[in-house]
Design a protein around this ligand. Structure first.
Ligand code: AMP
Ligand code: MG
Length: 348
């Protein structure tokens, strides 16, 4: 019987690691009759928070201005903007309009597609280790305005991933049962278990986005939620879940084109929702709500990444590379084999 005896990452606080002050769960001892294997050593390098790490040649925002900045000495693809986790404390609102939704990193479509294939292969290989290690998990959150590309990104980035180790959860208008609970209830129930990658297509952020824009709850209720979300994510991180949050940033013109394409193409009619035209009238209110969520909920353990998303192929590459880099930093390990496995023979 396979048994796990895995020591959790500890030491410096960072994504996927356990802050010193919070003791991780005890290692699970192997069955008594079988001598348990040695503990699997924790990750070689303690993963740092993504902010400032510039995963895959991404950029961090410049203090104060909200303008993307190329990282010095960074020769990889620039484009992703990681929202500085100190913004909320410093009271500096993130300026979404400073991020160019058309950015393409100087790449063309063909080069980006080739690079995406490499990232997919990295993700697949690292996911196998994460699954085998069965100690930690990765939660990937996608938010965007309607037509922003959440579905397409998930399809492109997770192609090739073993479906057994990955679950995608789309969140729609809450059901009666969901609405009868606290707002985090339905999301917490879907967070990834050990060894798993969980993907949220929309997320707990809807409760400070659509809910705020449409005034579905009183203002003091949604205002309190930024802190509640930060506490929720801090708890998940302390328990061994690395959190990646992507905001797919498209321009208003691009949304118009995508809606028109849905109307013009019979195969896309199923995706067209007339309600999107109504929501589009609240474009500015949504942008303000997104900016607030990015500002208030970018934390060292769960930073927000803003992805220029007008060009789908560039968007896919940035997301895939960030996920691959994050998994690599987590450094999942295969558990140690039972003693003597390598030399065993299988009887006829
Ligand atoms: P779609 O993702 O396009 O299939 O649409 C899902 C719809 O559910 C969107 O219009 C969201 O705004 C809406 N939605 C998701 N979460 C919530 C929530 N917590 N409260 C109200 N509406 C929500
Ligand atoms: Mg929709």
């Amino acid at each position: 019987m396979p048994h796990k005896h895995i020591k959790r990452a500890s030491g410096k606080s960072g994504i996927g690691s356990v802050p010193k002050s919070v003791p991780g769960p005890k290692s699970v001892p192997g069955p008594k009759s079988v001598p348990g294997p040695k503990s699997v050593p924790g990750p070689k390098s303690v993963p740092e928070p993504m902010a400032g790490r510039r995963p895959g040649g991404t950029v961090t925002e410049e203090g104060g201005s909200g303008k993307p900045r190329r990282a010095p000495g960074d020769d990889a693809v620039p484009g992703l903007v990681t929202v500085a986790p100190d913004r909320a404390r410093d009271g500096r609102a993130f300026d979404l309009s400073a991020v160019d939704a058309n950015a393409d990193g100087g790449l063309d479509k063909a080069a980006a597609r080739q690079a995406l294939a490499v990232e997919r292969a990295r993700i697949a290989a690292l996911q196998e280790r994460l699954y085998a290690e069965h100690a930690r998990s990765l939660l990937v959150v996608f938010q965007a305005i309607d037509t922003g590309g959440k579905d397409g990104t998930i399809r492109a980035v997770f192609e090739g991933v073993n479906p057994q180790g990955c679950r995608v959860w789309p969140f729609k208008v809450p059901s009666a049962e969901e609405a009868a609970h606290d707002f985090l209830w339905r999301y917490h129930a879907k967070t990834p278990g050990r060894g798993m990658i969980g993907v949220f297509n929309r997320s707990h952020y809807e409760d400070v986005l659509v809910v705020r824009v449409k005034g579905l709850v009183p203002e003091p209720v949604w205002r309190a939620r930024y802190g509640q979300i930060n506490d929720f994510e801090a708890m998940l991180a302390a328990e061994g879940t690395t959190i990646l949050k992507f905001f797919l940033h498209i321009s208003k013109d691009e949304q118009k084109e995508r809606l028109e394409a849905r109307i013009a193409t019979p195969e896309k009619h199923w995706k067209f929702d007339a309600a999107d035209l109504v929501e589009r009238r609240s474009w500015d209110a949504y942008q303000a709500a997104f900016a607030d969520a990015l500002t208030r909920c970018s934390t060292p353990h769960a930073p927000w990444h803003v992805v220029p998303a007008n060009r789908k192929w560039f968007r896919n590459l940035l997301v895939a590379r960030t996920i691959a880099d994050t998994l690599e930093a987590m450094d999942p390990r295969f558990p140690e084999a039972q003693p003597g496995v390598a030399g065993m023979t299988v009887p006829d």
